[in-house]
Design a protein around this ligand. Structure first.
Ligand code: EPU
Length: 372
């Protein structure tokens, strides 16, 4: 196996930020992963797993061993005899598979349910970490189980949906198991009968002319919506949403609405509302603003972009300035959505700093939409 020393990670993070790995290797399957972990243990190196690099802010170099998973394929799992006649199909994908490629493959095979999650950047193994989601569907809606290796003990773990403790952009892998596992395979429960989720108003509007849209039409509509709003990382480096949509008490939302009558909000169980961070940052005047080598996308105020030649520190500085401004204007704290890797001292003070501090695990992905 090849362990590269001080390898550049600029091509392995979709923000194209500079930074290196002290050691970098790509592993193919469980045995190679165990070999890589043994290499790290012998040298007492910390281990960082890297997914598609689409949900990380790289701030300088990463000490220790950085591991990437090679794609290992997609297969179906025979279902129980009692389920043989049902529409359900269990599909297992390697953690190193590309997420969008996997969604497209499932559509082509007639395995439905993931169409709303088309074009989300990142890898399959990263998807459960933040419980990726968009347009009314999240990974948890179709999740069956996953196999992972504990990076510390080398033990094989098998976790079902309950054990993963999924929440809005959250799971056990962002809590107790943060930075502790490599997700080798993910198994999803899909449907051989067409399943079309049109809960998200923007998607319903886009498909208003089709009375009974097919899964293919749904997939195409989601791709078109994303392409219209979200910059392609290959053209304009970015990491998707930069902040989570904050959740505040309905009382606070009602009081704020008196001052800002247009404030949107999506009521959630428990007397709280999810507020679009994009609305807050746009109202605070940040949409389309550029500061040096970094800025805010001009079509989606929740996406920060890198114009080239900048650094993670610069980007985190911009995020902190936006969060301070939003807190000052609306009294709402914004929390960073991607994980910060590298030098944690680059994370500034304030709500963004507090949220990002200690973030050490990578893996890419993105998450549930505002109404979810
Ligand atoms: N809005 C603005 N200005 C903007 C963009 C949006 O005011 O520039 C307001 C509008 O009121 C709009 C609302 O924000 O109705 C919601 O916007 P949008 O539908 O674009 O969704 P979002 O909250 O910005 C979330 C996810 C996205 C996901 C979309 C679609 C989060 C943090 N983000 O974005 O996920 O694709 O919903 O489901 O939950 C990602 O995580 O990287 C990501 C792109």
């Amino acid at each position: 196996m090849d362990f590269q020393r001080w390898a550049s990670l600029q091509d392995y993070n979709t923000l194209a930020l500079p930074g290196r790995a002290e050691y970098l290797c790509t592993v193919n399957g469980r045995d190679q992963l165990r070999q890589a972990l043994a290499f790290a243990r012998q040298r007492q190196l910390p281990v960082t797993m890297l997914g598609g690099g689409s949900n990380i802010i790289l701030s300088g170099d990463i000490e220790g061993l950085v591991i990437r998973l090679a794609p290992t394929g997609i297969s179906t799992i025979p279902t129980l005899a009692s389920e043989a006649d049902s529409d359900r199909v269990l599909v297992c994908a390697g953690g190193g598979e590309n997420w969008h490629g996997f969604v497209t493959h499932c559509l082509e095979q007639g395995w439905h349910g993931l169409e709303n999650l088309a074009l989300i950047p990142g890898s399959v193994g990263a998807a459960p970490i933040q419980n990726i989601g968009a347009y009314g569907v999240e990974l948890a809606s179709h999740f069956h189980s996953l196999d992972a290796i504990d990076l510390v003990t080398g033990e094989l773990l098998h976790l079902d949906a309950e054990a993963c403790r999924f929440g809005y952009r959250d799971s056990i892998f962002k809590q107790e198991l943060k930075g502790r596992v490599a997700i080798l395979t993910v198994t999803l429960a899909l449907s051989t009968a067409p399943e079309v989720c049109l809960d998200y108003p923007e998607l319903r509007a886009a498909l208003a002319d089709s009375p009974a849209p097919t899964p293919r039409q749904l997939y195409d509509a989601v791709c078109a919506l994303r392409r219209a709003k979200l910059p392609d990382p290959a053209q304009r480096p970015n990491a998707g949403s930069f902040f989570k949509n904050p959740i505040i008490g309905s009382d606070q939302a009602a009081a704020l609405r008196k001052l800002h009558p247009g404030l949107p909000g999506y009521p959630q169980p428990g007397g709280v509302e999810k507020i679009p961070a994009a609305w807050l940052t746009e109202r605070a005047g940040w949409k389309g603003r550029r500061v040096g080598a970094v800025g805010v996308h001009d079509r989606q105020a929740l996406v920060l972009v890198h114009f080239g030649g900048g650094s993670g520190r610069e980007l985190l500085g911009l995020a902190a300035a936006i969060a301070r401004d939003v807190r000052h204007r609306f009294g709402i704290a914004l929390e960073l959505e991607p994980a910060v890797l590298g030098d944690p001292s680059a994370v500034r003070e304030g709500p963004v700093g507090a949220a990002a501090e200690g973030a050490s695990t990578a893996e890419s992905g993105e998450h549930a939409g505002p109404g979810e």
